[in-house]
Ligand binder design. Structure first.
Ligand code: V47
Ligand code: SF4
Length: 358
């Protein structure tokens, strides 16, 4: 075992890629301290002491969703008193209320709504860009896009091109969950096979639209499923170089069909950040998404490979508050984020959505 760890350590030193077997070996056998030190080495090679954040809000146009993923605490039927469904005007009001916060990014994801086509979304994006011309619109999971193209009766290429022309800047990383077909079929059969998610991101990258990649972990999957998932992402990134960041999303258990499962420990979260940083040698940024894991875990993650904390949020997302995150009203000012980063020994860098320093 010591020998295999040494081989991996040498590979990291020489900036060589580790194999899927080696990633699995790290998950199963490497001590936490060693994982942190290897992940830090790679983080330093890629980003130095920089830790990135941005000024952003999330808009969730609706929580009405046709699908019922087992891990989801967000989706509702249209007659549920807890459902919402914003109009363009509602959304533009939200956008206007955050002009004073100097936001540079608006992240838009929501349920798979039965009756909203590409015209509704192109008009929405155009109105947002009229309100704040310089803002970057990062929107849609691949799953939303697939449905949008289908109900609009156009090809995915055409759908993406129309959204890009309206001002779409990049795609959100959600909907990836776990690519293994058995697990995927068990958790979220309506989302289709992994190939669909991967093909949509590849199409977007080929049209010059960057995107993020996620992995939902800590539920019924094995280490091997996580490695296979990240391997698919690494292979696609080799072809397109279109992923900006990888975001591990920790399964939170409240108010969903998997509430009987325990949530995994902080140590497991940190091991996961570290293995991701070591394995995904071609994705520059690993995001510790603080509204989901909480500020304290996000702090720790900075020592296990994460170099991005996402943004200021301004209490605009409900996906994780409904699922039981520590952050029931997520908002951080730029100075609070900077203070966290500085107190952990790193350099805060405000970024735009493509990781250019502002
Ligand atoms: O696909 C849903 C996850 C995703 C739960 O691109 C859950 O910067 C944990 O796309 N426990 C949607 N996770 C969110 C998303 C996202 C979030 C932050 C940043 C970015 C980005 C994208 O949320 C879903 C699913 O994987 N999710 N329910 C839950 N109970
Ligand atoms: Fe709908 Fe997304 Fe929730 Fe699945 S995860 S039920 S697609 S809102």
């Amino acid at each position: 075992m010591q020998n295999q760890l040494k081989v991996i350590q040498e590979k990291v030193q020489l900036k060589e890629r580790i194999s899927t077997d080696e990633a699995l070996f790290l998950y199963e056998n490497a001590p936490l301290g060693l994982l942190g030190s290897l992940a830090n080495q790679i983080k330093n090679q890629l980003n130095g002491k920089n830790v990135y954040y941005n000024r952003n809000i999330h808009i969730e146009p609706t929580n009405i969703c046709l699908y019922r993923c087992k891990f989801c605490s967000f989706s509702k039927d249209c007659n549920d008193p807890l459902s919402w469904n914003y109009s363009h005007e509602d959304i533009i009001e939200i956008v206007k209320s955050h002009i004073k916060d100097k936001i540079t990014e608006i992240h838009i994801t929501g349920g798979v709504f039965p009756k909203r086509d590409v015209i509704w979304f192109t008009e929405l994006i155009s109105k947002i860009k009229e309100t704040i011309p310089a803002v970057h619109v990062k929107a849609f999971t691949a799953i939303e896009l697939d449905y949008l193209a289908k109900i609009s009766k156009i090809s995915l290429d055409d759908c993406l091109q129309k959204l890009k022309n309206a001002g779409l800047g990049s795609l959100a990383g959600g909907g990836a969950e776990i690519f293994d077909s058995e697990i995927r079929n068990n958790l979220c059969p309506e989302k289709g096979l992994a190939k669909l998610w991967l093909d949509i991101h590849e199409t977007a990258h080929n049209l010059g639209i960057f995107s993020n990649a996620t992995m939902l972990y800590g539920h019924i999957e094995s280490y091997n499923h996580r490695v296979e998932h990240m391997n698919e992402l690494r292979n696609l990134q080799d072809r397109t170089h279109g992923f900006n960041a990888f975001i591990p999303l920790k399964f939170r258990k409240q108010n969903n069909f998997l509430s009987h499962l325990p949530e995994i420990t902080l140590v497991e979260d940190l091991r996961n950040y570290a293995v991701a940083r070591i394995f995904l040698d071609n994705i520059s940024h690993i995001k510790a998404y603080w509204p989901m894991i909480g500020k304290e875990t996000a702090r720790f993650a900075l020592h296990f490979g994460a170099d991005d904390l996402d943004g200021t949020i301004h209490e605009t997302t409900k996906i994780y508050t409904l699922a039981g995150s520590e952050e029931q009203a997520p908002v951080m000012s730029p100075s609070e984020i900077s203070e966290i980063i500085t107190s952990e020994g790193f350099i805060p860098v405000e970024r735009d959505s493509l990781y250019n320093p502002i």
